[in-house]
Ligand binder design. Structure first.
Ligand SMILES: Cc1ncc(C[n+]2csc(CCOP(=O)(O)OP(=O)(O)O)c2C)c(N)n1
Length: 172
């Protein structure tokens, strides 16, 4: 299994491009198998497999930052950052959270659960990066449902005014 060769962040970059589709299939199969036992968000995670793989192939974690809106689509991100075994105890007391958690991984930059916060949070990270003169990439990933929250629009207005290097991905 290709998925078993991925032990930590950036390992996905060693996967042959010809095998990317197969890896996506394995991830989906893994998620269905695990979530059917523990419960958890299914559709949102199945819908973000290729998007997450593309981000992990393009970015350099943990230096670069991905801010997941809600965070209910972050299971592939957890799988690609060394947390495969955590799915045994997903959302159990003392087990792995169903949402990004900074205490779980350096690759989780913002604790979420609420919707519509990712653009504001990303902007905060952008401001901090620029004040420190750092150059890493910051990407907020937001779904169409979460984009209906007013906080997201306030943040979009702010982002447009700040004119800083900042990427927002709308996952419709
Ligand atoms: C502040 C707040 N309000 C409501 C919710 C409930 N909630 C969970 S996911 C979600 C939106 C999901 O839509 P989308 O971002 O498009 O993701 P999808 O589930 O469709 O993949 C909402 C409103 C929440 N998590 N936080």
């Amino acid at each position: 299994m290709i998925l078993e060769t991925i032990e930590k962040e950036n390992d996905i970059k060693n996967v042959n491009p010809e095998d990317w589709n197969l890896l996506a299939e394995e991830i989906r199969e893994f998620l269905i198998r695990k979530i059917s036992v523990t419960g958890g968000h299914l559709g949102s995670n199945l819908g973000a497999v290729e998007l997450t793989m593309a981000l992990h192939l393009s970015l350099n974690l943990p230096e670069d930052k991905i801010v997941w809106d809600v965070g209910h689509q972050s299971y592939t991100h957890k799988l690609l950052t060394g947390r495969r075994s955590g799915f045994e105890n997903l959302r159990k007391y003392g087990g792995m959270s169903g949402f990004p958690k900074r205490k779980e991984s350096e690759c989780d930059c913002f604790d979420t659960g609420h919707s519509s916060t990712s653009i504001s949070a990303g902007l905060g990270l952008v401001k901090a990066r620029d004040l420190r003169g750092e150059k890493h990439t910051i990407i907020s990933v937001i779904g169409d449902g979460s984009l209906t929250g007013g906080m997201a629009y306030e943040a979009l207005n702010n982002a447009a005014r700040m004119k800083k290097n900042f990427i927002i991905i709308l996952n419709d």
